[in-house]
Design a protein around this ligand. Sequence first.
Ligand code: HEC
Ligand code: HEC
Ligand code: HEC
Length: 129
Amino acid sequence: MYDKEKIIPGLIIFFFVLTFPFWYNLGQAAYKTPEPKLPVNVKKCIEDTKWMRANHMEMLNEWRDMVVRHDMTHYVNSAGKNYEISLQKTCMKCHTSKKEFCDKCHVKVSVSPYCWDCHVAPEEVTNGQ
Ligand code: HEC
Ligand code: HEC
Ligand code: HEC
């Protein structure tokens, strides 16, 4: 009664068509992931990388308040390590290029923090790296 020869390939094609948007989007998502250039001589950020990815904006706000409002100069991370609170001297000491790091993500999500109107970004090295 049933024509197995036709139904099985038919089902396979149907399944592919049904799930196509899913596979297609997967490819797109992977393509769009920004690739900030990470430091080479250090392995760890101040806090966990995933946490930093999601929370660095709040962290920077908090840092500014600590300095400007509470006269604090140092930040102790969750592992007990002490850092001087400074966008320029601490963050940018490891992340030596605003262009290759900060901007790589920010351009993709269309944010352009105004911080650099006042804070000095590291000089960009232009020897082809
Ligand atoms: C001691 C060096 C060091 C300092 C200081 C530092 N970072 Fe990092 N940061 C790193 C390293 C190394 C990584 C990548 C870690 C990894 O590969 O898991 C990283 C990762 C990140 C990421 C995630 C990148 C990604 O690919 O998702 C963000 C965002 C970030 N840092 C922002 C900051 C900010 C903002 C500051 C200052 C508040 C800061 N970092 C200070 C070394 C540092
Ligand atoms: C892994 C990707 C990534 C990296 C690297 C990164 N950022 Fe961001 N940053 C984001 C995203 C995504 C947002 C927007 C979050 C939102 O819309 O809430 C953001 C927002 C911000 C904001 C808030 C801006 C606003 O208008 O809300 C500041 C400040 C900021 N980033 C500073 C930095 C600095 C400084 C660096 C480099 C040391 C850096 N970021 C590196 C992804 C990144
Ligand atoms: C109008 C100028 C101006 C802008 C714009 C600005 N800042 Fe600041 N920021 C200052 C000044 C002035 C201080 C105080 C410096 C001090 O007391 O050492 C400061 C202090 C800080 C500090 C603590 C000390 C340091 O040297 O890093 C952080 C962190 C900080 N700002 C982050 C940010 C971030 C993030 C942005 C963008 C979202 C931003 N600032 C935008 C002027 C500015």
